[in-house]
Design a protein around this ligand. Structure first.
Ligand code: A3P
Length: 272
């Protein structure tokens, strides 16, 4: 179909806007921005700044690959183009669409402890509603309904990784999906980024000296030559204190889904 044809314009200096060969598919609040910025330290990588929402938003997908390509940054032929849209991971129609664009697309998925992720997700929505002076419920009210974990709360569903993973594995082999440990990326970004470089078959150009711990922020920040920068203040927010019985319920709730996820991907993570 015409959807498949994308012919980028090549500029005299040899650059063009090419479709991404690798996509950060999620998960929301997993550390997707940190991963994109850290990967962008590599000279052979160019990253789309904003979230494109091509494969998950109908009005964008309908515009076709021509539109998608035009959202990409300029790159040289030796460079990889990457985009990140965290909602892709949990959108069931997306795997087939990416497969149809290019079945050799290398996928990056960054995951965090599902309980931490839910609370981070809640915190994001809480901040947005507060800023707009909209009413909001406490994290406990959102999480628990009739004494049980509330499955209707979308943030809970997004943390059921094995369910979403199964959709991806219908189209992509596990070897084409690299899972970044988001908890490790927070604690020690460099070793996680070395693994990403290897997965993408990039030369080892990201160094330990590209990262320094910023005590004020409480997170690692990036050093690119002489330029030093931390992620935006919306990344690395203080989470609300969650009632311990609610936390225990969550940990218990996720233990079986987590086990299923470990089985699905043949790897375990240091989650509760
Ligand atoms: P919190 O703000 O809840 O701590 P995403 O970019 O996918 O929305 O993920 C946001 C999360 O990235 C943050 O969640 C934070 O924990 C995590 N993160 C990982 N590395 C980070 C870094 N170096 N600086 C800031 N946040 C980082």
């Amino acid at each position: 179909s015409s959807q498949k044809i994308y012919q980028p314009l090549v500029f005299p200096n040899g650059t063009s806007q090419r479709l991404p060969q690798t996509i950060i598919i999620g998960v929301r609040k997993g550390g997707t921005r940190a991963l994109l910025e850290m990967l962008n330290l590599h000279p052979d990588v160019t990253a789309a700044e904003s979230e494109i929402h091509f494969f998950d938003w109908e009005e964008n997908y309908a515009k076709g690959l021509q539109w998608y390509g035009k959202q990409m940054p300029l790159s040289y032929p030796r460079q990889l183009t990457v985009e990140k849209t965290p909602a892709y991971f949990t959108s069931s129609e997306v795997p087939e669409r990416i497969y149809n664009m290019n079945k050799t697309t290398r996928l990056l998925l960054i995951l965090r402890d599902p309980t931490e992720r839910v609370i981070s997700d809640y915190t994001q929505v809480f901040f947005n509603r507060m800023q707009k002076h909209k009413p909001f419920q406490s994290v406990e009210e959102m999480l628990i309904r009739n004494g049980r974990v509330n499955l209707d709360y979308k943030a809970v569903n997004r943390s059921l990784y094995y369910i979403h993973m199964q959709n991806w594995l219908k189209y992509f082999p596990l070897s084409q999906i690299h899972i970044v440990d988001g908890d490790q990326l927070i604690k020690e970004p460099f070793p996680e980024m070395e693994k990403v470089e290897r997965f993408l078959m990039l030369s080892p150009r990201i160094n330990a000296s590209n990262f320094y711990f910023n005590k004020t922020k409480g997170f690692y920040c990036l050093r690119d030559g002489v330029r030093e920068r931390c992620l935006h203040e919306s990344k690395g927010r203080t989470h609300p204190q969650v009632d311990s019985t609610v936390l225990n319920k969550l940990h218990e709730f996720f233990s079986e889904p987590n086990r299923k996820f470990f089985e699905t991907v043949g790897r375990t993570f240091d989650w509760h």
